[in-house]
Design a protein around this ligand. Structure first.
Ligand code: ACM
Length: 684
């Protein structure tokens, strides 16, 4: 922390900042392209009014009152929503042009925000820029000795990438519209502009179809959105500058389609509703009736979803149903194809004609890449950055999702370090590089529920949003975390539950009022990562598996473990001289060591917690080890190799998933162990 203050005071010698060195007094996220900080502030009090000049757009008619509501919520002050006189208003907005009827990829999203001590002026060439500028202004309002205020400054801002998305899977677990809407509010706050709605998969078909009602009637377990709900939701997204791109999975991940329409499957079935045999289904893409069906279905859905882009999935096609159907294998031979991949390419080519006939641009996951794939298709890379660069070289436009999978439970900094233009993409020519439209974070829903989704999306998505919006030199993880912590509580004002559900979930686990000791444990652990979660409950069906354990309450990235790691890093880097850091490390270890006897009765009394006892024991053991290490380092002693081996075994065990949880402070204790017992040079 000390080094940080130094950085801040150096920066304050100047008032004009390149984006990468935004003044640390500002907690803006994403960091704007250009900021010039002045002196003084604009007070935001109950006389605050807004005047709109320039072009009219319905999004501003809802966006401006929405902004005032949010400002009221943030400040706790009732505000006047009548539009102000543009010569006197506190905030004067000038929107230069009305927007497109349907929001388009690549519309100008820039804005300029000028704040003086007398007023703020927000100018945008389109309503989208104005909406983004309003979000920036909301982040700038802070309490000061003179009241709520915004610092005097000028911001010129625009996004780095035109496509800044979040995928939400509503198939593995259905997400009601209120959950979807609050996540749209969060996206708008972070200037994300595409919701990729994963609407069909093996586990469910989540849209009402009037042409093929057995899709939602038999393939959704009764959990789907009506067409009226979808229209309303798309309007809600539009008002926030967000496009909605639907995804319907084909030819794999398609079990929910063949439940009602088994004649489309490659195997006769049966496919009883409500049960899931994952990935075991593929559409029969050799028969004419499949294309007739898809033509009608895509036509219906193209009418429902106004966006120009239409995602057909295309990933992870399971070969088995094609291999074991002699008619399909004969079709492959008769058409001179080599294999199933060629068959999928044949399907994609036919599908692209259907999608474009209905006025849409087709998108697919990177498995769709094939020499026969039409160049208009947008390729979404989930298997690696390589495929994005390959696609761009071959003339396709693409999006990066590899590196942005929120369900892998990575820390924000790891996602933040992934850049759509890095890796193989760094070798692209400027022409090829232009084909990379941006990226999308993915929230797959195997292990989330409406109760836990926000804590899996937020606040980490804010770091990814910054990667997509801010200039590429904005990449300091320490600065990112300072701002992420601030953005996180602000997101709570939008009704997001990533913070607010935590304590109630701990109460449920313990079944008691005093959960302080459980919280100490929960704060120090994280859910297991990289798809190592094992289901301890019977399945299928997936949707009835309760998500009510410590692994569900625990945050994907423990702020306590992160700060502890920073302290240990500071202490080691100081050559063990930073006594303030040492004292804090010691205090944490004492707390964790003493926590086990207190939390033990809670863990014993609830069936939801008994599985967590070994974790708490190991946290206490690790803490005792940490204290021993600090003592040894303080006395300049080296602890024996046998001690080191024994303690490192506990570290190893703590990082192995148990009850789907890892003790996230273990890697920091490992550093202390290694410092207290350095490996002696081996003798030849
Ligand atoms: C994917 O994760 N199979 C797109």
């Amino acid at each position: 922390m000390r080094t940080l203050h130094l950085v801040v005071s150096v920066l304050f010698l100047s008032t004009c900042f390149a984006a990468a060195q935004m003044p640390s007094t500002l907690t803006l996220m994403p960091v704007p392209a250009k900021i010039q900080l002045g002196a003084g502030q604009l007070v935001v009090d109950q006389l605050f009014t807004v005047a709109l000049t320039g072009a009219k757009d319905a999004r501003l008619d809802t966006g401006i009152p929405g902004f005032l509501d949010q400002l009221s919520r943030q400040t706790g002050m009732p505000l006047n929503k009548d539009s102000g006189d543009s010569t006197k208003a506190t905030l004067v907005i000038r929107c230069e042009n009305a927007g497109r009827k349907v929001q388009e990829l690549g519309e100008d999203e820039s804005y300029t925000l000028e704040v003086t001590a007398a007023r703020a002026t927000l100018t945008g060439p389109t309503p989208l820029g104005v909406l983004h500028g309003l979000q920036t202004l909301l982040q700038l309002v802070e309490p000061t000795p003179a009241g709520f205020a915004v610092p005097v400054l000028t911001i010129h801002d625009e996004p780095r990438f035109a496509w800044r998305g979040l995928l939400i899977d509503v198939c593995r677990h259905f997400m009601p519209l209120d959950v979807m809407k609050r996540n749209l509010d969060g996206m708008a706050a972070l200037k994300l502009n595409v919701l990729h709605w994963h609407l069909s998969d093996d586990e469910g078909f989540r849209v009402e179809s009037k042409k093929f009602p057995k899709l939602h009637e038999m393939g959704s377990q009764g959990q789907y959105y009506t067409q009226a709900e979808i229209r309303e939701f798309i309007g809600y997204a539009r008002d926030r500058g967000i496009r909605v791109v639907p995804e319907f999975e084909m030819p794999g991940h398609s079990r929910s389609i063949v439940v009602g329409y088994p004649e489309l499957a490659s195997q006769p079935g049966p496919y009883p509703p409500g049960r899931v045999a994952r990935d075991a289904t593929a559409l029969d893409v050799t028969q004419e009736k499949t294309y007739k069906f898809l033509d009608k279905l895509i036509g219906e859905m193209a009418g429902l979803f106004p966006d120009s882009y239409f995602h057909i999935g295309g990933d992870e096609v399971n070969d088995k149903p094609w291999n074991s159907n002699p008619k399909i294998q004969e079709f492959i031979r008769a058409h001179g194809m080599k294999d199933n991949r060629d068959l999928q390419a044949y399907f994609n080519k036919s599908l692209e004609k259907i999608v474009s006939k209905h006025g849409k641009i087709m998108m697919g996951w990177d498995e769709v890449l094939h020499p026969d794939l039409p160049k208009t298709v947008v390729v979404q890379s989930w298997r690696g950055q390589e495929s994005l660069a390959t696609a761009a070289k071959e003339g396709y436009r693409g999006l990066l999702s590899n590196g942005y999978y929120l369900d892998l439970m990575w820390p924000a900094a790891r996602h933040y370090a992934v850049d759509p233009m890095s890796g193989a993409a760094a070798t692209l020519t400027p022409e090829e590089a232009k084909r990379i439209l941006g990226g999308e974070a993915c929230m797959w829903a195997e292990y989330i529920t409406p109760e836990t989704i926000d804590s899996r999306v937020w606040p980490r998505l804010a770091a990814i949003a910054e990667r997509f919006w801010s200039p590429p030199d904005v990449k300091d993880p320490q600065s990112m975390y300072l701002r992420l912590d601030e953005v996180s509580w602000r997101l709570g004002w939008l009704g997001l539950t990533h913070e607010s559900n935590y304590v109630p979930m701990l109460h449920r686990l313990a079944g008691t009022e005093d959960i302080r000791a459980l919280r100490v444990l929960a704060d120090a652990v994280e859910p297991t990562k990289d798809y190592t979660r094992s289901e301890v409950f019977p399945q299928p069906p997936v949707k009835t598996v309760p998500m009510n354990r410590l692994s569900d309450a625990a945050r994907p990235e423990s702020a306590v473990a992160r700060r502890f790691a920073e302290l240990v890093g500071t202490y080691i880097e100081s050559g063990y001289k930073d006594s303030a850091a040492e004292a804090q490390i010691r205090a944490w270890c004492v707390k964790w060591q003493g926590n086990h006897p207190t939390v033990k009765p809670l863990l014993e009394r609830s069936f939801l917690l008994t599985e967590d006892q070994p974790l708490s024991e190991d946290l206490a053991t690790l803490s005792a080890t940490g204290l021993q290490a600090l003592d040894a380092i303080g006395k300049n002693q080296s602890l024996p190799e046998a001690w080191r081996a024994e303690q490192l075994a506990v570290v190893q065990r703590s990082m192995q998933p148990r009850a789907n949880v890892v003790v996230m402070v273990a890697p920091s204790i490992q550093k202390l162990i290694e410092a207290a017992s350095p490996q002696t040079a081996s003798h030849p």
